[in-house]
Design a protein around this ligand. Structure first.
Ligand code: ATP
Length: 238
């Protein structure tokens, strides 16, 4: 099967300096791929490049087998790519309901949001800037859900959330893949948590792939993951 999202030998960075080198991964419809790594490993840079906000320095980004490196971010969004950034991308002064209006949520979409995120239902009139971190993340995910994306990029979904809130939201990633059929690339620092819902995972160390495999394989290589996070794992010889 042609992967819905494929990165092929991707080099990504700023100006001429690559902070991610030779990254390859693929996600099929209904699959969750976790991109793991410590601060500064290059995870956000990778997502910015996939969503067209940074131009790749080398390699390729493909959707359904076609290179999309020349497509503008708005065109990629229309083509079904949705990016939930690490700051959640909300407008603090707009209410929950106004956010749903903004993405032209249909009646059936609103019913789906109520079913997936019942905690948001009574908060329609509340400005997003006054929501808790968990509620804000629910709203960010709800806005992604309403767009029914083909490819969903989620950056640091659990950042700043209490562990219990992070654990309660993580299964939503699995549900988005299973029920919406989208390919999900999720960046996460809480490796243990995201590996419970991911199919596959890639560990970046200093911008290079240090480990990659099924979520089970990566979980079993716990020592390498810990070393990657603590900076004890050298990047592979190039
Ligand atoms: P974090 O969780 O800290 O965001 P990350 O794995 O997402 O980590 P990136 O944000 O992709 O890492 O950063 C990778 C490297 O790129 C870091 O060394 C960072 O300092 C550098 N970097 C990030 N943004 C820029 C920028 N706008 N210009 C130049 N270098 C940048």
């Amino acid at each position: 099967m042609t992967p819905r999202l494929e990165l092929v030998g991707l080099d990504a960075g700023y100006g001429s300096s690559a902070v991610v080198r030779d990254l390859s991964l693929a996600a099929e419809p209904g699959e969750v791929v976790a991109l793991l790594g410590a601060n500064g490993a290059g995870k956000t840079t990778t997502l910015l490049t996939v969503s067209g906000l940074l131009r790749p320095l080398g390699g390729d980004v493909r959707l359904d087998g076609r290179s999309v490196v020349d497509r503008a971010p708005d065109r990629l969004a229309r083509d079904g790519l949705c990016h939930v950034p690490d700051d959640r991308g909300l407008f603090p002064g707009l209410t929950v309901a106004e956010h749903l209006d903004l993405v032209r949520a249909k009646r059936s979409d609103r019913a789906q949001v109520d079913e997936w995120f019942p905690a948001l239902a009574p908060l329609g009139g509340r400005r997003s800037g006054l929501l808790s971190g968990g509620e804000q993340q629910m709203l960010a995910l709800a806005l992604a859900l309403v767009r029914h994306p083909q490819v969903l990029l989620i950056d640091e979904m659990t950042m700043g959330l209490a562990p219990i809130v992070a654990a309660s939201l993580t299964p939503v990633i699995r549900r988005l893949a299973d029920e919406e059929g989208c390919a999900v690339l999720v960046v996460e620092q809480h490796a243990d948590l995201v590996l419970t819902v991911a199919d596959r995972a890639v560990l970046l160390v200093h911008g290079e792939v240090a480990l990659s495999g099924t979520a089970d394989e990566v979980r079993r290589d716990h020592d390498a993951v810990v070393a990657g996070y603590l900076g004890a794992l050298a990047p592979p010889e190039s």
